[in-house]
Design a protein around this ligand. Structure first.
Ligand code: HEC
Length: 466
């Protein structure tokens, strides 16, 4: 409750995180898998003294460095911007817990960048042996940064024993407990697999354009790169199955219950099937690697990755950091106090806002907000403030993501307040109610004021008018 709120109409702020993170993952996983591919393949090509393949790999390395360094770095910084604005409390929790891990990650990132530039720009000047070593330094540094980041992102889905330990005050060991969380190993395996899968897809996409009419080269690139896809799929399936098997009951139920997730999972499986089919066709007839086929391969594997990321993100509801921070940036330990003394009263910015906009509700004796004083004409405006801070992270106001004017439609008078007071028991991907009863009253009034009329009621009215 110490941070300002970032209002994003229609999409809601967390959806921006999901969007930028997904785009970033497209490139960051390629940065890892592509590194392994380039290191292993240049090593092989140097050994075979296959100049034609080396020339192709150099072309690919240029594409790789441009895309991963420029786009990867921009979207990576973009994630920091959006999470800090959209999820400040969760970001604070991650920084406090993992500052050492992040520092280490940046060291490897710098190493990665330096190795990538040396690998590409000294291509013809390094001896084959040193060139190969440079490639592997890049690949290893990139993979280690994947491992470090995975520890942190997996923590948000399942922090293991960390919440209990930190409450007990044993902060010293907390980093490793947090980092080596139950989801760390399975997700590292799954992401390594995804990185290999994506690398080959980018290679096939690039080769579909840059190998031109050279059938021999095309065949070589297809045959070499498909081996990485197969390894990648195997790792991704093992990692994802392991990760799914140890999900909490709440997360598993959320996955099975939500219609949107069922559709996304189905679409992801469809994309995976299409990818395998395309690859089989290409292995059979490498000359079919036209730009259209290259784009199709890339889109299919991006589809698989998008589905995976969306499902992983959605499974955390109602939390951002499971068992610690709720989706609406309220810490689990704050809920009791908020219910007793109020959401508006305890938020640093909500309190200041109320005092500025509705100074008459500030009790002059105690300095506290007295919401019983809210004038009827201001009630909905105050309700809207509560909506912004309590609900807007997961619900748009009207049209858009989970828009509340539509979700509140069916409510009869008084029904909404009941729902609010029992938010978490009605639908378990919502946090518990984090305010006083009076605040529930004000929010319910506001929601009723924006609710679309129930279609049945509208029809009846229209029927009656005829
Ligand atoms: C952490 C995310 C999150 C927060 C915060 C949240 N909700 Fe929800 N809410 C959801 C999800 C997810 C659904 C389910 C939507 C669906 O079934 O498609 C939902 C459903 C609803 C529904 C429909 C209930 C039904 O019976 O179908 C209403 C009404 C609602 N929320 C109101 C609120 C209000 C009011 C707040 C703020 C006090 C709030 N929610 C806060 C995630 C959240």
């Amino acid at each position: 409750m110490d941070y300002l709120w970032w209002y994003v109409p229609i999409a809601t702020a967390p959806m921006l995180i999901a969007f930028i993170a997904t785009v970033h993952v497209f490139v960051s996983h390629y940065a890892v898998g592509g590194g392994i591919f380039l290191a292993a393949e240049t090593q092989w090509a140097h050994k075979q003294e296959n100049q034609k393949y080396l020339d192709y790999l150099k072309k690919h390395a240029k594409f790789f460095v441009l895309l991963t360094v420029v786009f990867g770095a921009i979207t990576g910084v973009g994630i920091w911007w959006t999470i800090a604005l959209a999820s400040p409390l969760a970001t604070e929790t991650l920084i406090r817990t993992f500052v050492f891990g992040w520092g280490t990650e940046w060291v490897f990132f710098v190493l990665e960048l330096a190795a990538a530039f040396f690998f590409y720009y000294l291509w013809d000047r390094l001896s084959p042996r040193n060139h190969t070593i440079m490639g592997w330094i890049y690949a290893l540094a990139a993979w280690i940064s994947l491992v470090l980041i995975t520890g942190i992102t997996a923590f948000m889905l399942d922090p293991g024993k960390w919440p209990e330990i930190t409450q007990a005050g044993t902060q010293g060991t907390a980093f490793w407990v947090a980092f080596l969380n139950p989801q760390f190993l399975p997700q590292t395996i799954a992401r390594t697999g995804a990185a290999l899968l994506l690398a080959s897809s980018y290679v096939l996409f690039h080769a579909s354009i840059f190998t031109g009419e050279d059938a021999e080269l095309k065949t070589l690139v297809v045959r070499r790169s498909v081996r990485y896809v197969l390894g990648g799929i195997a790792l991704a399936v093992i990692g994802a199955a392991w990760s799914g098997a140890i999900l909490s009951d709440a997360a598993r139920m959320a996955m099975l219950r939500a219609a949107a997730l069922n559709i996304i999972l189905g679409a992801g499986a469809g994309a995976a099937g299409m990818l395998v089919l395309l690859l089989l066709l290409l292995v059979w007839k490498p000359k079919w690697l036209t730009p259209v086929a290259g784009v199709a391969v890339l889109l299919a594997s991006l589809g698989v990755l998008t589905a995976g990321e969306f499902v992983r993100e959605a499974l955390r509801k109602p939390f951002v950091v499971v068992n610690c921070v709720y989706g609406n940036q309220i810490h689990v330990s704050q809920v009791a106090k908020l219910r007793e003394t109020g959401l508006l009263e305890n938020g640093r910015w909500t309190k200041a806002y109320m005092a500025e906009k509705f100074p008459y509700v500030v009790d002059s004796a105690t300095g506290k907000l007295n919401l019983d004083l809210v004038k009827p004409e201001d009630a909905n405006a105050v309700g809207e403030v509560i909506f912004m801070h309590h609900c807007n992270d997961c619900h748009a106001r009207t049209l858009g993501y989970n828009g509340l004017s539509l979700l509140s439609t069916s409510a009869r008078k008084g029904e909404l307040k009941e729902l609010l007071l029992n938010l978490d028991s009605m639908i378990y991907y919502m946090p518990p109610w984090c305010g006083t009863e009076k605040e529930a009253d004000l929010l319910a009034g506001y929601l009723e004021s924006i609710a679309e009329p129930h279609p049945a009621a509208v029809e009846k009215k229209e029927g009656g008018a005829q």
